[in-house]
Design a protein around this ligand. Structure first.
Ligand SMILES: C[S@@+](CC[C@H](N)C(=O)[O-])C[C@H]1O[C@@H](n2cnc3c(N)ncnc32)[C@H](O)[C@@H]1O
Length: 315
């Protein structure tokens, strides 16, 4: 299968905005080459244990953001939309830099392996470390390691929305927890919940590629006894209430879920909703509150938010 690499030359300050443009266009991950960012981060060794100096070698002095899209009939329209959105970046008071959008073809085999050199072990919570299967990593005390090969599914652990879910799972999962993971992607959150001690996890995704990836990663982490991965829609697959429901999808889907998610949460259970673009935080909060879910916290990282709400029992 052919994939199209979309490469955008921008500035450090616009990296988040450009990444979001690519995510909204349908990429499942981005590669950022930013010599300036690398310089800053190399000063902070604790934060940057796994720094790969090869990202310093670039012919452009600003930042480059790359994303990958499958070849398809609507690709020309998607690229055009990306270009238009990049042109709009200055309206958010950000310097778009060159703003040049270029594309090149790559074959699945190149893509499947090309991105791997940028994907390194990374601590994404207080305890949880994501370790690509092909990397060596010596766990430190108390660390919880998720072995991962996401393949073509979303969920490498490098996206803010995933990290905020993991950080909240660390807060809310205990040895008695039944957890539902809606939109499991690579299975990262289900595996994280299981390794944080959850008693049982049910993972669901509409996308068969994600289901296959989750099952493979669940086996790789030896948590098959705790995690059950199902393909399809929550409503049709699950009957019962969980202590923790986590969904890293997008704001509009979370808003739709809010109408009925309460039926799947025990009294005093929590709903961790992530993937919410900052502009839509208020709309999601309103949808949750309207459905008797009380907002407990709103975390923000970059352009994204995660909202934790709680279902209170009868008083
Ligand atoms: C952003 S990814 C999240 C992957 C992973 N949970 C993470 O946090 O990194 C969202 C996933 O939700 C799935 N999805 C989208 N809408 C869904 C729905 N209504 N029900 C179940 N899965 C859904 C997509 O197929 C995709 O795999």
């Amino acid at each position: 299968m052919k994939w199209i690499e979309v490469k955008i030359k921008t500035t450090t300050e616009a990296v988040e905005a450009v990444s979001n443009i690519l995510y909204e266009a349908g990429v499942t991950g981005v590669v950022i080459e930013d010599p300036n960012d690398a310089y800053l981060k190399s000063k902070c060794e604790n934060e940057w244990d796994y720094f790969d100096e090869s990202i310093l070698i670039t012919d452009y002095e600003g930042a480059i953001v790359k994303g990958y899209l499958p070849e398809g009939e609507d690709l020309i329209d998607i690229i055009e939309l990306i270009k238009q959105n990049v042109e709009k970046i200055p309206t958010y008071n950000l310097d778009k830099g060159l703003g040049e959008v270029t594309t090149s073809e790559i074959y699945e085999e190149d893509w499947a392996n090309g991105w791997k050199k940028y994907y390194k072990p990374k601590k994404i919570g207080e305890k949880v470390v994501v370790k690509p299967t092909w990397e060596e990593y010596e766990p430190k005390d108390e660390e919880v390691i998720i072995e991962l090969d996401p393949g073509m599914a979303f969920g490498t652990g490098t996206h803010e929305t995933t990290m905020m879910c993991i950080q909240n799972l660390e807060r809310y999962v205990d040895g008695n927890s039944l957890v539902y993971d809606i939109g499991c992607g690579s299975g990262i959150l289900s595996i994280g919940a299981a390794k944080l001690g959850a008693k049982e996890v049910i993972a669901v995704d509409l996308d068969p590629v994600a289901v296959e990836s989750s099952r493979r990663n669940v086996a790789l982490n030896n948590v098959e006894d705790k995690v059950n991965v199902l393909e399809g829609n929550l409503m049709e697959l699950i009957d019962g209430e969980a202590d923790v429901v986590v969904a890293n999808i997008i704001a509009d889907i979370i808003i739709g879920l809010s109408d009925y998610i309460g039926k799947f949460i025990k009294d005093d259970g929590v709903f961790i909703a992530s993937g919410i673009i900052l502009d839509k935080v208020e709309a999601v909060k309103e949808a949750l509150s309207k459905n008797n879910l009380e907002i407990i916290s709103v975390d923000k990282q970059g352009e994204w938010a995660a909202i934790v709400s709680k279902k209170f029992g009868e008083k």
